[in-house]
Design a protein around this ligand. Structure first.
Ligand code: 5GP
Ligand code: ZN
Length: 141
């Protein structure tokens, strides 16, 4: 896509700090460096978001994540954990509309990365949960 910043990075038209590249993905350091080593893994094929992946593209892209995760683990001995995050659409904090996977090394609870999950355990009945799961399931192709 001509106007896409990540397509331009993949083509080398915009400089980036490359971590890994093959025929399927390009991985590079996120400019924001939420924590040291914050890496983006992007499919070379332009897809806007998770909703646009074929099964094959998803399998190929996700297959690349573990070896990049292991490289981060080896490169940063003080790394204690790793969050992998994929934001989809503006409501979910996507700002670049070429799908990408954030690999964010974690060093401590105060390292600059925060994620909050509200907990509503027990607020829905078993019947309501069943209806919800059935509704989702019928849309899976
Ligand atoms: P999103 O919010 O869409 O999940 O994440 C987009 C990410 O792309 C942000 O973390 C942002 O720092 C990163 N980013 C945006 N523009 C550039 C750029 O030109 N170079 C690099 N390396 N990262 C970028
Ligand atoms: Zn693109």
């Amino acid at each position: 896509m001509t106007d896409c910043i990540f397509c331009k990075i993949i083509k080398g038209e915009i400089p980036s700090s490359k971590v890994y590249e093959d025929d399927i993905v390009y991985a590079f350091l996120d400019i924001s460096q939420t924590t040291p080593g914050h890496t983006l893994v992007v499919p070379k094929k332009h897809v806007d978001d998770i909703f646009a992946y074929s099964d094959e593209l998803a399998a190929n892209v996700l297959a690349r994540l573990p070896k990049i995760a292991r490289a981060l683990d080896a490169a940063f001995p003080e790394m204690e954990g790793l969050n992998i995050l994929n934001n989809n659409r503006e409501m979910a904090y996507q700002t670049v509309f070429h799908s990408h996977w954030h690999l964010i090394p974690r060093y401590s609870q105060e390292d600059g990365f925060k994620l909050t999950f509200a907990t509503h355990t027990g607020e829905m009945s078993a019947e309501e949960l069943k209806q919800m799961s059935t509704n989702i399931a019928k849309h899976i192709e």
